[in-house]
Design a protein around this ligand. Structure first.
Ligand SMILES: O=C(O)CCC(=O)C(=O)O
Ligand SMILES: [Fe+2]
Length: 378
């Protein structure tokens, strides 16, 4: 089979596979068949994709049916332990609101740079349109628009621990398309509910009470990032987003059918492509969960590749606590004798303020990581 035919076959397989389920929930049987067929799929190599793209995997990140009643917590625990990443279906979040933000995003990004530049972020106004994001000092092949789920959010002005000054971050809205603001706000609130549901499942999966972690998110500083990756003429030498770990509690990502997200396999370190599954969400654990669980659940490195043919969109919901939250291993999960804390407490607001500096300045070294708070092993 030629590469192109293989590629098209894969695409039409996925489209056909889920087209009949559009107005109802996917059954467990359909899911099982999908997983089976997607892991046995033929090799697909398409020249529009860079050489570092990974198309065929014997493994995929786990796919979890949130409506399943049996075994759900065990599935979540295994996925968090082994991958730090999973996809969820039958998640209960409105598909209509997802369509609304997806189409508003397409209309927004289709405008001229000049138009989009009217809501450009800068150091004083760190929310809005941005087209020169850096991951670890390397420019990403993408443009984005971000917004606070509950605007304004409060963050430290500087990374300096002695500087107590705070700032408010306010959303800014483009004039076009006219429904952009409403589409973004409604979507953000919908995914916030899913974020709390996932947080509670994660809490239960750790043997903690359902609401144990909710309090950290009382004045949550969550953000929605709408990412647009234009086709890239040189996909071999560019990345949409370079390898990184998210500094959040949880990330809940909607990717379109183009695909490009890759996850670093915990066992072995290979880059694994995350298959686009219509209307699923990709969930990954951030630095905070890693520190809370004392490394039982780790935050995993991931990146987004680009291709020369098709633009790609993704929408990330970053579930963040309030700036004042101090993160440290949860006392219920450590034991001073047998399993002592591996992390010193750190303030989340200062942690992200330090990381944010690299958006505006080229830093000399690596960005701050949660591992910088590790207590040296004796
Ligand atoms: O677009 C993607 O698939 C990933 C984006 C991402 O990792 C991020 O924005 O943190
Ligand atoms: Fe990320």
């Amino acid at each position: 089979m030629s590469d192109q035919i293989a590629f098209e076959t894969t695409q039409s397989f996925k489209t056909n596979y889920f087209s009949k389920t559009q107005n109802r929930e996917i059954t467990s049987n359909e899911l099982a068949r999908y997983i089976f067929q997607s892991i046995t799929m033929v090799d697909v190599v398409d020249s529009a994709y860079p050489k570092h793209a990974i198309f065929t995997e014997a493994e995929n990140i786990p796919l979890i049916d949130l409506s399943a009643e049996s075994n759900l917590l065990a599935e979540i625990r295994d996925a968090c332990k082994e991958w730090g990443f999973f996809q969820v279906v039958n998640h209960g979040a409105s598909l209509e609101l997802r369509r609304n933000i997806e189409s508003a995003a397409r209309e927004f990004f289709a405008q001229s740079k000049e138009e989009k530049g009217k809501v450009k972020r800068d150091e004083v106004n760190p929310l809005g349109y941005y087209d020169s994001e850096h991951t670890k000092n390397v420019k990403d092949w993408k443009e984005l628009f971000d917004l606070a789920v509950e605007s304004p959010i409060v963050m430290p002005v500087s990374h300096d621990p002695d500087d107590k000054e705070l700032m408010e971050m306010h959303n800014r809205w483009p004039e076009y398309p006219p429904n952009f603001r409403e589409a973004c706000q409604e979507y953000a609130l919908e995914v916030k509910n899913l974020a709390f549901k996932l947080l509670q499942l994660i809490s239960l999966s750790l043997g903690l009470p359902e609401n144990h972690l909710d309090g950290f998110f009382k004045d949550h500083a969550s953000l929605v990032w709408i990412n647009h990756y234009p086709p890239c003429p040189t996909p071999d030498v560019a990345l949409g987003v370079g390898p990184h770990k998210d500094s959040v509690g949880l990330t809940i990502l909607a990717q379109d059918d183009v695909g490009g997200l890759e996850v670093k396999r915990k066992a072995g370190g290979a880059w694994i492509r995350v298959e686009p599954i219509p209307d699923a969400y990709i969930v990954n654990l951030g630095a905070i969960v890693q520190a809370w669980t004392n490394d039982v659940y780790e935050s995993v490195e991931h990146r987004a590749i680009v291709n020369s043919e098709r633009e790609r969109f993704s929408i990330g919901f970053f579930f963040n606590p309030a700036h004042y939250v101090n993160v440290e291993p949860l006392k219920e999960l450590i034991d001073h004798q047998k399993n002592p804390a591996k992390y010193k407490p750190f303030n989340w607001g200062k942690f992200v303020a330090t990381r944010r500096r690299s958006n505006f300045k080229k830093l000399d070294g690596e960005n701050l990581q949660v591992s910088d708070f590790k207590i040296a092993a004796e």
